[in-house]
Design a binder for this molecule. Structure first.
Ligand SMILES: Cc1ncc(COP(=O)(O)O)c(C=O)c1O
Length: 455
């Protein structure tokens, strides 16, 4: 009885669980090789057949031929881009999500999931100083969060300025905003007023200067600030910009995809106080809040406004909106550009609830402290120097005398030697090196070892 693909197979289950158990027990997680794997990847040709293959054989192929051809983002020596270091409990709960038939789209299908995810969202909203009415949804990443939040901001701005041609409306933004902001504006057909920031920090002064010298300041409908720029970890003047935006009826969007997590930092959370003014705010648990990919929290000050703009309307979906208590019957699908949705907030929720908030504070703080210690080590050494003071958990430094090609060759060699994954970036046109700390187990010994390779 029943199709064989859907039958429980104890042997395959045990084999897969064993693989996961082995992976979860690695301490530390190996960095692996990424595309620099010394062996060419074995061919995938002919793997898909009409009869199928043995699960053990294909798992073995994955383990031996494919799994090392990645750079493991959760290794403590992954210091490039923005790393990701999921807690063990979040990874385990991701398996629970995978094995449960959860569609986190609607209240009707998954109220039990929605209330748990909303508990985590409410916790973040409260930490950010947003009003109790704030709410939203977990989305796939900062990029989707930014696009969704800015869609609402654009439509609210259009409604507020009906006399201004829609195609001329703009958001004020700094050049240091993440590339996904530019992409979102492109998708939305909204122009940017690119503000000349003060030493890469978007401040109220830089905004008012830009507006004063602009021929059409009335076309600006919103302000986009960053709580922790990706390249340098700089937190914009959230308080100044936010208060100004609210006073002038401008949408205030805060992209805290990376740095929003420092709301958990006892020493740095004060920098993020201005998020309380945000109309929309994004922070990614899949970055510095130790949840697995893919998970970003998108919060609105007034979620009912977002719902009006973003909820998908279709006759087959009418039943989702037929509840008599809209505030209570929450459809996560109503708050972003998505419909079907993995219950991707649950691994974060489980980890937060089981580990407790104090563990989050110490883990976030560890990365900030590591950045500060690294800065002191660099100051001690003769062959490297800081480019600018460490900000949040990002350190920008140079090896005087090196050109771009030297940094690239060094980065590849570090990975080949399995010491660390550190990639170069550019600062004011110069190629330099960058550490992005995140994993609380990254230590000073590793930092010194990496710096020694630059002599
Ligand atoms: C500040 C900021 N915003 C947005 C993003 C995009 O997030 P995602 O990669 O989750 O789409 C990033 C990614 O690093 C980021 O640092």
């Amino acid at each position: 009885m029943g199709h064989h693909m859907f039958k429980y197979n104890a042997e395959v289950t045990e084999m897969i669980f064993e693989y996961c158990r082995e992976r979860l027990s690695m301490d530390p997680v190996p960095l692996d090789y990424g595309s620099l794997t010394p062996e060419p990847l074995a061919s995938l040709d002919g793997l898909i057949t009409s009869e199928g293959r043995s699960p053990a054989e294909v798992l073995g192929f994955f383990r031996d031929e494919l799994a090392h051809a990645v750079v493991s983002i959760d290794a403590p020596n992954f210091l490039a881009f923005i790393p990701n270091a999921p807690t063990k409990n979040s990874l385990l709960f991701d398996m629970v999500v995978a094995c449960s038939g959860l569609n986190g789209t609607s209240w009707l299908e998954s109220a039990g999931v929605v209330v748990a995810e909303n508990q985590a969202l409410e916790f973040l909203a409260d930490l950010a100083g947003l009003p109790a009415s704030a709410g939203g949804a977990f989305v796939s990443g900062g990029s989707t969060g930014n696009l969704s939040g800015l869609t609402v901001g654009r439509d609210v701005g259009r409604a507020r300025r009906p006399e201004i041609p829609a195609h001329t409306l703009r958001f004020a933004v700094s050049a240091d905003a993440h590339s996904s902001i530019g992409k979102a504006l492109h998708v939305l057909g909204v122009e940017a007023l690119v503000v000349d920031a003060d030493d890469h920090r978007f401040t109220l002064e830089s905004l008012t200067r830009a507006l004063a010298s602009d021929p059409h300041p009335e076309t600006v409908i919103g302000v986009i600030a960053t709580a922790g720029t990706t390249n340098a970890g700089i937190v914009d003047d959230l308080e100044g910009l936010g208060a100004y935006a609210r006073e002038h009826d401008l949408w205030f969007h805060v992209d805290g995809a990376y740095g929003g997590a420092s709301l958990f930092s006892p020493t740095h959370r004060h920098l993020l106080g201005g998020i309380r003014h945000a109309d929309s705010f994004v922070v990614d648990p899949h970055k510095w809040l130790f949840a697995p990919l893919d998970c970003a929290a998108l919060l609105y000050r007034q979620p009912h406004v977002a719902r009006k703009i973003l909820a998908q309307q279709a006759s087959y979906l009418d039943i989702l909106h037929a509840g008599d208590d809209e505030e209570y019957e929450w459809n996560p699908s109503d708050f972003a550009i998505h419909l079907s949705r993995r219950a991707r907030g649950l691994p974060f929720w489980y980890s937060l609830v089981t580990n407790g908030t104090h563990a989050y504070e110490t883990a976030v703080q560890a990365a900030i402290d590591m950045a500060e210690r690294t800065s002191a080590i660099i100051d001690e050494l003769d062959h490297v120097e800081m480019v600018r003071p460490a900000s949040l958990s990002v350190v920008l430094f140079r090896r005087p005398g090196w050109e771009e090609v030297d940094y690239v060759t060094w980065s590849h060699q570090l990975l080949r030697d399995q010491i660390a994954f550190v990639t170069p970036t550019k600062w004011e046109g110069e190629t330099i090196a960058r550490f992005a700390f995140l994993h609380p187990d990254t230590d000073e010994t590793l930092v010194r070892e990496v710096l020694e390779t630059m002599r």
